[in-house]
Design a binder for this molecule. Structure first.
Ligand code: ASP
Length: 438
């Protein structure tokens, strides 16, 4: 929590100092001493803020970029492996997958609809102020290619090359490779050997990658300060209001997912009263909100599912354990809104295909995101790069991210519980299936 407070302080101070300096540079107030007025007009002030202080923010971003490939590879392969290896569950697995896709798709569509309707990022900064940044990113992104070639390139000829060029337009091919590797691992006849060697290895890769994210997070407040200062100095105060709108869009989307999508599913397919369900889950919500981590909330969710919600334990254990990493509806919604919001801020017009790409990648993000605080940030940065939005934009949202992380984690965990309730309906409990299942 302490770091969360520092992040908010960094955001506010960066915005205020940057915004004030922006205004004063344009029209220095009369009451300022002449020395200060001269200093405001000098060239070394922009050099200090836009170049030298910017080093901290850029190093922070590079630290996160550094682990994107190992993190995505390990999290996706493990996520798919876990989903695919539960073969004894047959029917339950099929239904879990189906509900995961339905709830994730619904949440991303809600997010995309809201952000297109409210347009929280439109008109925040002058197009000319960000044109150079956007051009730089555009030139890094892959050149547009014809649709048939794009489909062929989905399957990489060389996954190592796809990984090396992930930031230059080949990320999706690398994702396809990881998905295939996860499926292959789960159906491989060498499954036991794979389990003993490969799975712990991938788990280690994932945990080391997350440790490096932790290093970056250690100086996140300073990085947020410099990134926000940079942006507010260049663009003025407008960004502040739009951040509030952006956060409002995310919270409204999460609420809609709960109140509409989950309630309908619980009542129609689950045959339960949504109100009673939410009341029974309230302790889980508090855990999820305060830890911002689906993984940390898993034990509480398991206990609640079995004791309060009466979900058969074997179903609860399977759905909730897999869901803690492989089903994150709140994160998917958040990713969709964030990428489209920052595209609005940076005047990047996304075509229908690009928006569809963001939707599909946000759904996949629900599988490939680690259930830890800030687990979705690396994927957002790569998504931003893919659609030609400067990833520095992440600095703008980091200040409000901890709060949004708390909110989306509640939806993530609630989604797992809802799916467990839907899959568990009509399933026999443990005692009845003893001896029948491997
Ligand atoms: N904190 C989220 C979770 O654990 C993941 C994220 O969206 O960053 O579910």
């Amino acid at each position: 929590m302490k770091r969360a407070v520092w992040l908010i302080v960094a955001l506010v101070v960066g915005l205020v100092v940057g915004g004030v300096l922006h205004e004063w540079r344009l029209a220095p107030p009369e009451w300022l001493p002449s020395l200060v007025r001269k200093w405001l007009g000098s060239e070394w002030l922009p050099a200090l803020i836009l170049n030298w202080l910017n080093i901290v923010g850029q190093v922070f971003l590079n630290l996160i970029f550094m682990i994107v490939i190992p993190l995505i590879a390990s999290a996706l392969i493990l996520g798919v492996y876990e989903l695919g290896s539960a073969r004894g569950f047959g029917r339950a697995l099929g239904r879990t997958l189906l509900f995961t896709v339905i709830t994730s798709t619904a949440s991303v569509l809600i997010g995309v609809a809201i952000v297109n309707l409210v347009k929280p990022g439109v008109g925040v900064v002058e197009a000319s102020a960000v044109a150079a940044d956007v051009e730089r990113i555009r030139s890094q992104a892959s050149a547009a290619k014809p649709a048939h070639q794009a489909i062929i390139d989905l399957v990489p000829r060389n996954p190592v090359k796809a990984a090396a060029n992930a930031f230059d337009g080949e990320f999706i091919s690398f994702v396809v490779f990881c998905l295939l590797a996860g499926i292959a691992l789960s159906v491989s006849t060498a499954r036991d050997d794979a389990k003993r060697v490969l799975v712990p290895f991938l788990e280690q890769v994932m945990s080391i990658s997350l440790k490096i994210v932790g290093f970056a997070m250690a100086f996140a407040p300073l990085a947020v300060f410099t990134l926000v200062l940079h942006s507010a100095f260049k663009n003025g105060f407008g960004i502040f209001l739009s951040l509030a709108w952006y956060a409002g869009c995310v919270v409204a989307g999460l609420l809609l997912q709960h109140v509409v999508v989950y309630s309908i599913l619980l009542r129609t397919i689950g045959g339960r009263s949504p109100m009673k369900f939410y009341r029974d889950c309230r302790e889980v919500y508090i855990y999820a909100f305060s830890t911002s981590s689906s993984n940390a909330t898993l034990p509480k969710a398991l206990e609640t599912a079995e004791t309060r919600l009466g979900i058969p334990p074997r179903i609860a254990r399977f759905v909730l354990t897999v869901g803690a990493t492989a089903n994150q509806n709140g994160t998917a919604l958040f990713e969709g809104i964030t990428v489209l919001f920052l595209a609005q801020v940076y005047h990047v017009d996304l075509s229908i295909q690009q928006q569809l790409f963001v939707i599909v990648m946000s759904i996949i993000a629900g599988i490939g995101t680690a259930g830890v605080p800030g687990g979705s940030l690396p994927l957002i940065m790569i998504l931003l790069l893919q659609v030609g939005v400067p990833p520095e934009g992440i600095g703008l949202i980091l200040g409000v991210d901890r709060f949004l992380d708390m909110c989306r984690t509640v939806t993530n965990v609630a989604g797992d519980l809802v799916i467990a309730a839907l899959v568990g309906r009509g399933e026999p409990d443990n005692a009845e299936v003893a001896g029948r299942n491997p």
